[in-house]
Design a protein around this ligand. Structure first.
Ligand code: PAF
Length: 304
């Protein structure tokens, strides 16, 4: 599955012809990885969009060579979640990686990562994983930590890029990296939004036109909370009430646009609920629009 790509990225004056290597097994990945020096790693579950491409661009600023993994990790999905429905457009994803100049892509299958008979390891950071997403998706972060720890050991990157859209995941991975002494710098990357403000997500492709327009209430609610804080609101319960009102506003269509899993204002580091805006606070929303569950967040800095 190797292919030639023409890149003008790193040295715009001379187009260079590079091979993007696609490894399906751990030994192949390790052999290919040994050709590179320091690398920046972008772990993904595929269905790549502009958000992932911006992670790849950021990765390129940290290291000469970029490795992307594409693996829909079964252990981070609950029994009633969308594992089977999760989009898997592998050829499209590989094309996007090629166009982005990625050097090495790791596309293992589940049997490669979770080999029959090999011991099951659970990594958990209960102080950070029992709130927000963790409360609504029991076991989710154990699955994320399990696979990310394995990928870190397999890929051995010096840098790893994670999107701020999954801010709790980012915080959990930062803490896991610190706790397990991985010699890796975690690079947080800003959320990429559609022109109308909807946060980019692989799950957006499940939304009908009507659902997509209803989903916009999520980012609008976050920006309304931000505006309210700028106008002087200091009590977070007021911001939460504003966000809930916007999310549940029946609007023109006359039906409740979504069901809310949570709306919360938390400390960006400890993820504990915050009452008063005296320092930066992350407002976080999880809601279901039709059968699609979406999350988004915005960090609000008081006095801005
Ligand atoms: O954010 C994701 O896409 C996944 O949770 C990750 C980090 C690739 C682990 O499966």
């Amino acid at each position: 599955m190797q292919s030639l790509v023409v890149l003008g990225g790193r040295d715009a004056s001379t187009y260079s012809v590079l091979k993007m290597i696609v490894a399906k097994t751990i030994p192949d990945l390790r052999q290919a990885r040994s050709r590179f020096g320091p690398i920046a790693f972008v772990p993904t579950m595929g269905a790549l969009h502009a958000g992932h491409l911006s992670l790849i661009q950021t990765a390129r600023r940290y290291a000469r060579d970029v490795v992307v993994s594409i693996f829909v990790n079964p252990t981070q999905f609950g029994p009633r979640e969308d594992l089977t429905r999760y989009p898997r457009p592998l050829e499209e994803d590989l094309d996007l990686c090629r166009q982005a100049g990625v050097e090495l892509v790791f596309v293992p299958d589940a049997g490669e990562i979770y080999r029959v008979g090999s011991p099951n390891v659970v990594v958990d950071l209960p102080e950070l994983t029992q709130t927000l997403e963790g409360r609504h998706r029991p076991g989710h972060f154990q699955g994320v930590c399990q696979v990310v720890a394995k990928l870190f050991n397999i890929v051995q990157p010096q840098y790893a890029c994670f999107g701020t859209k999954d801010f709790q995941q980012l915080r959990v991975i930062e803490a896991m990296t610190e706790a397990l002494d991985f010699p890796i710098q975690i690079v947080p990357c800003p959320t990429v939004r559609e022109p109308d403000g909807l946060a980019m997500s692989s799950r957006n492709r499940h939304l009908s036109d009507d659902e997509r327009s209803r989903a916009l209430n999520i980012n609008r609610a976050l920006f309304a909370a931000d505006a309210e804080a700028r106008a002087g609101a200091q009590v977070t319960s007021k911001l939460v009430a504003t966000m809930q009102r916007m999310l549940l506003n029946v609007g023109r269509l006359g039906h409740v646009p979504m069901s809310i899993d949570y709306v919360a204002c938390v400390d960006p580091k400890t993820l504990k609920l915050v009452d008063t805006l005296t320092a930066p606070v992350t407002c976080a929303i999880a809601a279901r629009v039709g059968s699609t569950r979406l999350i988004d967040n915005l960090t609000i800095t008081p006095g801005r």
